[in-house]
Structures are given as C-alpha cells and as structure tokens.
Design a protein around this ligand. Structure first.
Ligand SMILES: Cc1ncc(COP(=O)(O)O)c(C=O)c1O
Length: 577
C-alpha cells in the first residue's frame, strides 16, 4: 500500500480455503455443468489447504441446450453468384470482512436458484461451517424455465425479494422485430445512400423513442437539482431520479435501492470499486484475479491500484475457442486472492462466462467478486441476488439508454464498509474544516450533481427492455446469432475469432487477404456500421495472434435482412478483390 493513500492499514479478509475450492470445482465439473472445454483435462490440481471457506450452498436447475425460437422469417437472398455452402450450425457469501461489520445492514435473502448452474453441495458437506456468516440454504427446486444455450434459468418467483417479474416472462411466441425497429429513429436513417444497417451494438446501442422522450421531457418539465431544494420542481426531479434508481434495482434484481450507485458507466464503476474496496482491502502482495478476455476497463484500474499498493494481478487464461479455463481459475484462487473481477460476456469474443460457477468457487475461497455486466445486460436477464455477486457494474448506453450514465451494484454491507471515493457536495451529512461526516450509500459515492436526465433516460430504457422481456430478447438473439453464424461460415477465407459454446451476439472475424480496416470501410460504403479494431481488449486479441478483428455485433432490433446485407457485402468484397 503506498503511503499517504490510506488513513488506515489494509483491512483483512478471511483467508481462502483452497481445498474447498478444489472440492467444489470437482463437484461442479463432475456434474457436467461446465462446457467440456472448461472441465479439467487431466487430474485435478492440488492446492494447499489453508484458511477457511464460507458456507454458500445454493442449488439450481442445470443448463440445457436450446430449441430455436421463432424469429423474423425473411428469406435468404441470392448472394452474388456463389452458392452459400451448407453452413455448420453454431453449437452449442456473503464473505466475511473482518473489518468493522455493519450490523445495521440486512444481508441478502436466504434462498435462490442461480442461473444455469448444477446443483451443488453446500459447503457444510465439505466439512466447513462458519456460524458467523450468513448461510444460504440448499434449494432443490427444479426450474421449468425454457433453456436457451446462453440463457440460464431465472429465479422462481417468490424465491427472492424481487418485486417485478417483467424481466422473467417467457419468450414471446413471435418476436415482432419490425414493430420494435419502428421504435428506434436511428434505424430509419440512411448511410451512403442506403438504409443504415447498424451492427456496432457491442460498442453502443441505438435509443428507442421512449428514451429520447423521457430525457427531453425531463429537461422540459422536471429539470431542477435533486435531493436538496424544497420546492415542487425539485421534488419532481428527485422523484424522477430516485424512480430511475428503483428501475435499476429491479433490472438487476437487487434487494434494496441503496445498493445501486449511479456512475458514468462501467468504467467509472470499476474505478470506484478499485479506489474504495481495492484501497481498503487489497494490500501489497495480495492478488487480484482477472481473465485474459477482459475489456481494458477491467484491467487498467487494477493495474493502477497495483502500482499504488503493490498488489499482484493474476490472469485466468482462455482456450482457443475463447472460453475461460476453469481449472486454471480454480488453481489461481489462492490464499492471497482478494478479488475476482470478470466480464460476464466478452465484448471482443462474445463468450458468456460461467459466472455462477466463478462466483461460487471464489466465495468458497473467501474471495469477493465483481462482475462486469457491460455486455451481458443487453442480452441476459440478471439477478444479482441469485448470482450472489458482490459487485455488478454496467453502462446505460449499452442497454439502449443514454451515454454517460451507468450503475454499480454492491451488497449493502459491503458498500457500508467502503470509504468514499470522490469528495464533494451531496455525499456529506456535515462538513467542518476539522472533519466531514459522510452520507450512507449510495449518496456517499455520488459526489456532485449527478446526470439526472441520464438516469431518467436509463430508467426509461430499462422500462422498455423489461416490457419486451429479456428472455424473449435472448431467445430471439440466439436464433439471429445462429442465422448469422451459419451464413457467414460459408464465406471463403472467413475465420471467426471466438467460437465459445456459450456465446452472446458478437461475431468477431477476420478474412484472409483483407485488412480489418478495409473490410469495415467497404461495409461502410454499403451502409453497414461495424467496428474494426482491438475493441479495447488487446490481451484477448493477442491470444489469437491478432491486433484487431472486424466485429459485427447484434441487438434485438436487428433482423435477418441486416444479417443478409452483411453477408452480401462481404461476398461482394471478396468477389471484387
Ligand atoms: C465488457 C466491457 N466492459 C467495460 C466496458 C466499458 O464500458 P463504458 O465505456 O461504457 O464505461 C465495455 C465497453 O465496451 C465493455 O464491453
């Protein structure tokens, strides 16, 4: 820990119990809950046994293969003269902080079913008991929820204190993508004289009229400072802002809206955790576990922290499909590990990481977990209580909301323990030159005037998404991703980068003999917007010996015609080169 940064020494966390992690890992893999690639190839690793684990023992339904769900039914057009070859089908604790626990804060509810995770023994069965920590009873309920390969089973209604079920409705019989498209003014634009085909959704998404209206109506009708003024307009602004916080709580399935901190987005939320949890609980020689597929936003803040504190960054490797090697992860969870910070979905490869297993293994080792949900929140229903995530972060602009707004979820008792990060107005109860008394979370972490209109727009985006239903969105995108994968697979010289069994709507690719930049430029001339570059995930690209890829990425407003336009344009590029 660098001197001067901390007023107090690094707080201690319980030491991990590696044998428990190993036993749990064996239990998970023996039940076949992991993709084959993630299961151990040889004997399980032997890890030293020290410290103690914590009793976390949830149960869940197991993931299964999906069946196709009706999507838009447009016909594949003739693509140049080349017949498309038959394409291959894309197959598919609460932890104990020893420092000043806050008794006022209620812990998460005691029963849940995490998504897509095989039933596990409670840690009691591994001979570990920690009477001081919250115990989550084992649940034997089996979900009857339809399985899609990248969509796990949501919690049963009633198992959680999660007031709305809008996000867990079954998929619509028919996903009316054309009517959805009419909600998005930008999708009616033309580019280079052609209808815009927007396939850069992993970078940022287009906004429905409801979000645009909510933001402009806020400025027309409700604009005033929040929380401080005692007049009607300010009350309206405060209500709108706090309603948005409630929307985020509902969207993430958090227990309490005080667990939701507004930030500028994922990047700021990770920096917040690095500068609060990191500075308080991670000291010299302690380890932060990241993965090879992280976005730079989940690498650089930890490097900055490690420069300041002497903490060590360890990296979980991926295999050549772009999947995390879980056995290596289990091995890396050691006695000095203090935090695991991992993307739910890789922005450059599309891999959906098994965060349920990742969290359980970490908790078994007494380690806290941050989930970067920037790329999962647009596609996958989230329930932070079911996941038992300690921190979860996401960006509004990736979920059809405004830029410059996002959120951090943190378990209430953790947020209470953390020091403030930025200082200023709004985050204080009292200020004297001798001493400042801070607000409780979330205000403690929201110094200064927030992006009120942004929060209102984010709330509207969440309303919009939940009205359609994330299960319906996930099912539709699943079928669109398969459709696109199949068609693109027929293009000569095209190679996908990232072929995980569990993938979300990212199609990173390269084409022999064509630079990524020239591909993106050619697509642009056809009105097709895709990203070519390193996607702020250079370590992941370099795993494949690359510095960049072309990355078409899908959203629920994309249709088969968008995919067909992309495929046609790529064929024409190859033909005329
Ligand atoms: C996985 C992931 N994490 C973090 C970020 C950073 O998000 P933002 O720039 O909105 O803060 C992104 C953005 O692409 C991302 O894809």
């Amino acid at each position: 820990m660098s001197e001067g940064l901390l007023a107090e020494p690094v707080a201690t966390l319980d030491q991990p119990h590696s044998e428990v992690v190993l036993s749990l890992f064996r239990e998970i893999t023996s039940r076949g809950a992991l993709p084959a690639s993630s299961a151990p190839q040889s004997g399980s690793p032997e890890l030293p046994s020290e410290g103690k684990g914590l009793p976390i023992g949830p149960a869940s339904a197991e993931n299964g293969a999906s069946s196709a769900v009706p999507g838009s039914q447009s016909v594949i057009p003739a693509v140049e003269e080349d017949p498309l070859s038959p394409p291959p089908v894309h197959t598919g604790t609460d932890l104990e902080l020893t420092e000043s626990p806050n008794d006022d804060v209620t812990s998460v509810p005691a029963s849940f079913e995490p998504f897509g995770f095989g039933t596990l023994k409670s840690l009691h069965e591994f001979g570990l008991e920690n009477p001081g920590a919250d115990t989550i009873p084992h649940s034997n309920e089996v979900s009857d929820y339809p399985d899609y390969y990248f969509l796990g089973a949501p919690s049963k209604q009633g198992a959680l204190d999660h007031s709305s079920t809008r996000g867990v409705q079954p998929p619509l019989a028919a996903f009316d993508v054309e009517s959805i498209r009419r909600d998005f003014p930008a999708l009616q634009l033309r580019s280079h004289g052609r209808p815009l085909v927007y396939l850069d959704n992993a970078a940022t998404t287009q906004k429905p009229q409801a979000v645009i209206d909510a933001t402009s109506q806020f400025y027309s009708n409700d604009n005033a400072p929040v929380h401080r003024a005692a007049y009607e307009l300010a009350e309206r602004a405060t209500t709108a802002f706090e309603n948005a916080r409630e929307n985020v709580r509902e969207f993430l399935g958090a227990k309490d809206k005080k667990e939701i901190v507004f930030t500028r987005g994922t990047t700021e939320a990770i920096n917040l955790v690095a500068n609060t949890f990191g500075r308080k609980f991670i000291g010299s020689g302690d380890e932060i576990l990241l993965t090879e597929l992280e976005h730079h936003a989940n690498i650089v803040p930890w490097q900055l922290l490690s420069e300041q504190t002497g903490a060590v960054i360890k990296v979980v490797p991926i295999n050549d499909r772009g999947e995390l090697i879980l056995e290596e992860y289990a091995k890396l969870l050691g006695p000095r590990t203090k935090l695991v910070s991992v993307a739910h979905v890789s922005n450059s490869l599309g891999t959906i990481n098994p965060i349920e297993q990742i969290i359980q293994l970490a908790h078994a080792a007494g380690v806290h977990v941050l989930i970067d949900g920037a790329q999962s929140t647009p596609h996958i229903p989230i329930n932070v209580q079911a996941l038992d995530a300690d921190f979860f972060v996401f960006s509004g602009h990736k979920i059809f909301g405004p830029t410059g707004i996002g959120a951090l979820y943190g378990k209430a008792h953790l947020l209470e323990l953390l020091p403030p990060w930025q200082g200023g107005g709004h985050m204080i109860k009292d200020v004297r030159f001798e001493k400042t008394v801070f607000q409780h979370p979330p205000e403690k972490f929201e110094a200064g005037t927030p992006d009120i209109a942004g929060a209102v727009g984010l709330g509207a985006a969440i309303d919009y998404i939940l009205k359609i239903g994330l299960p319906a969105i996930a099912a539709y995108e699943h079928s669109l991703l398969e459709y696109a994968t199949n068609l693109l697979s027929g293009i000569p010289g095209l190679r996908f980068i990232g072929t995980a069994a569990n993938k979300a709507s990212v199609l990173s690719l390269i084409i022999d003999g064509h630079s990524n930049e020239s591909i993106a430029k050619h697509l642009d001339t056809q009105g097709i917007a895709v990203r070519a570059g390193h996607h702020c995930a250079l370590p992941a690209q370099r795993h494949f010996g690359l510095e960049s890829t072309v990355r078409p990425s899908l959203a629920f407003y994309n249709n088969r015609a968008d995919v067909e336009a992309l495929v046609q344009a790529l064929y024409s590029l190859i033909k005329h080169s």
